[in-house]
Design a protein around this ligand. Structure first.
Ligand SMILES: C[S@@+](CC[C@H](N)C(=O)[O-])C[C@H]1O[C@@H](n2cnc3c(N)ncnc32)[C@H](O)[C@@H]1O
Length: 216
């Protein structure tokens, strides 16, 4: 039975609703108890998610990495938009990662979307040691402003190294404070406000410029 038919049954709908309420509550609790790490008390909402995934073509067949995936609000929409993409999501908080995994299973996406439970820093350093294909898109909801300058700059640098040439790093924040930090690695940066989200956000679109060989 596919996900849509499964939800036609009222009993299954009740179970799905109570699961999603519980997921929301656990996210809220993470936002209170680990506020610096979580950076929000509710998952991103649809207008912000739509802005975050807008540059990725529906026909994209390559790899997308999502850092700070929370309970999967963005991941599920991304997977629905880009059915041929291979998505690798990463979440540091094991409680949120467990909910993320359940949400993937509920949407029948467990095989297409891979979830790494651990820090983005660890994932990126593991990827750097392999010859894995570099993604054209890295999406992140990690609250950079709460990391502190040194850690934020190191993370942005690892993101830049992990991204394919000409690729795009898409980050949302709740302020413009990190603009300068992102610009150190990504001079080609555009920011767009999203007011229809709680709290309002700013999306950073950062392009990794192709390196021009010296003398070219
Ligand atoms: C603002 S929430 C965004 C969650 C989700 N992407 C959304 O849009 O609803 C930020 C998420 O980043 C995770 N996070 C924070 N630091 C991280 C790190 N160093 N590595 C991986 N995830 C991290 C938090 O646990 C939290 O789930």
């Amino acid at each position: 039975m596919d996900h849509q038919n499964h939800l036609q049954d009222p009993a299954n709908r009740m179970v799905a609703l109570s699961n999603s309420a519980a997921t929301y509550l656990r996210f809220f609790w993470a936002g209170v108890a680990k506020s610096g790490q979580t950076g929000a008390i509710v998952p991103s909402q649809r207008f912000l998610i739509a802005r975050m995934i807008a540059p990725i073509p529906e026909t994209y067949r390559g790899r997308i990495i999502e850092l700070g995936a929370g309970t999967g609000a963005l991941t599920l929409r991304l997977a629905a938009k880009c059915p041929e993409a291979r998505i690798l999501a990463c979440e540091i908080n094991p409680v949120l990662a467990r909910d993320h995994r359940c949400n993937l299973a509920g949407a029948g996406l467990s095989r297409r979307v891979e979830l790494f439970t651990g820090s983005a820093e660890r994932l990126l350093s593991e990827l750097a040691q392999t010859r894995a294909e570099k993604p054209d898109f890295i999406i992140s909801g990690i609250p950079l402003a709460n990391l502190g300058e040194t850690k934020a700059l190191a993370l942005i640098d690892s993101i830049c190294q992990a991204l394919g040439e000409g690729g795009m790093y898409i980050q949302f924040q709740h302020s413009l404070l990190d603009r300068k930090k992102v610009k150190t690695c990504f001079p080609n940066l555009r920011t767009v406000p999203v007011f229809l989200n709680f709290p309002p956000a700013v999306v950073y679109y950062a392009l990794k410029q192709e390196r021009v060989p010296p003398g070219a």
